[in-house]
Ligand binder design. Structure first.
Ligand code: SAH
Length: 354
């Protein structure tokens, strides 16, 4: 039998698998619960299964990663480095707020998009994540916080729409099996030609965010290299189709880089494009990363930008990322242990498992 990890399989698939191991089919449902609800790391943990079977299956891959390292910021945001079965490391962030626990998941190891302002872009692309490796991130944070995850944002390392099949599989499992509502799942993309349409055709009720970051093609392609192959107007047209098909509005993410894309004229131009578009704009003041000359604009500049959009009746919020002090904020994820050493001064006494 090929040893494909169990996490990521649906109830019928697990039932079929359990039968192939010689167990009665009702055990499929038990396995399903232990996998998705109890969050086992090893089949030997399923105490309701026969001892002989558990011993025989103890090495079968469940599909869980190991916490390589984690670190908590003063605002309680927790960043994890997770070690995958092949030794590669990805980053995941747990963001607790009053009523929510949000997980920011990675969809790839690294990223091929190479956006100028993003730390993940600097490390290049290594490989896509499998659905189970995405689901695992959510279960790991849930287990570590001892609290149910309420929201998942695909805003960690990687470009989700460049790995759409596995991302879709993970969405279905997180929704049906982990029990997170579709509206509480957010996929964010910088835009990959035809993939927004492909996602729209799935007709999901998820929240969809597009990283626009500029009000026109010329400026956009100076900060997002892949924009050269995806004209601004085509991107917006595909976004309009998304709204038509799904009847869901789109969130446009707009990173504010001082002196680059944050001037009043940029806000005016953006407003003209988005007027009448069923959308919401999230302004994200730039989070500093190493070796990059961009700067975060001051509060006054940010507020002027927001006011101009509001004057055009465009829904807008300013999103200050959490986790800045643990290098866990938007755009800061880069699986480089050198930048994330365990700090002995940290009160949380973070573990390093090796
Ligand atoms: N590839 C996807 C998802 C990952 S990035 C995308 O581009 O949408 C998640 C969000 O963080 C994106 O909006 C991205 O542009 C933003 N981001 C990247 N680097 C940032 C930085 N240094 N400061 C603030 N936001 C950043």
């Amino acid at each position: 039998m090929p040893q494909t990890p169990l996490l990521g399989k649906s109830l019928p698939e697990l039932t079929q698998w359990i039968e192939e191991t010689g167990q009665p089919s009702y055990r499929g449902k038990q396995l399903y619960r232990w996998l998705y609800q109890k969050g086992i790391h090893n089949l030997d943990e399923i105490t309701v299964f026969p001892k002989a079977w558990r011993t025989e299956m103890a090495d079968y891959p469940v599909g869980r990663s190991q916490i390589h390292h984690h670190r908590t910021a003063p605002d309680d945001t927790r960043k994890y480095l997770l070690k995958l079965h092949d030794g590669l490391i990805i980053e995941t962030v747990g963001i607790p707020t009053e009523k929510r626990l949000t997980v920011c998941v990675s969809s790839q190891v690294g990223c091929a998009m190479d956006c100028d302002f993003c730390a993940t872009g600097k490390m290049g692309f290594t490989r896509h994540l499998k659905a189970h490796e995405i689901i695992d991130q959510v279960l790991t944070v849930q287990e570590d916080f001892g609290q149910r995850v309420s929201h998942v944002v695909y805003m960690g390392m990687g470009e989700p729409l460049a790995n759409l099949d596995e991302v879709l599989k993970s969405i279905h499992r997180l929704n049906k099996d982990v029990g997170i509502g579709q509206r509480s799942l957010t996929v964010s993309t910088v835009g990959v030609p035809d993939q927004i349409r492909a996602l729209a055709e799935e007709n999901l009720q998820i929240t969809f965010a597009v990283s626009l970051h500029a009000p026109n093609q010329a400026l956009r392609e100076t900060i997002i290299p892949t924009a050269k192959n995806y004209p601004f107007d085509e991107l917006l047209d595909e976004c309009r189709e998304y709204v038509d098909i799904t009847r869901r509005r789109i969130s446009f993410e707009y990173i504010l880089l001082a002196g680059v894309n944050d001037l009043p004229e940029h806000a005016e131009e953006l407003a003209k494009h988005l007027k009448g578009f069923q959308s919401h704009v999230n302004l994200i003041p730039y989070n500093p990363i190493d070796d990059v000359p961009f700067q975060r604009p001051g509060k006054k500049r940010i507020n002027v930008f927001r006011q101009i959009l509001q004057d055009y009746k465009i829904a807008v919020s300013i999103r200050y990322s959490k986790g800045l002090e643990a290098d866990a904020a938007c755009g800061q994820l880069r699986s480089n242990a050198r930048r994330s050493p365990p700090r002995s001064s940290e009160p949380t006494g973070k573990v390093t498992v090796e």
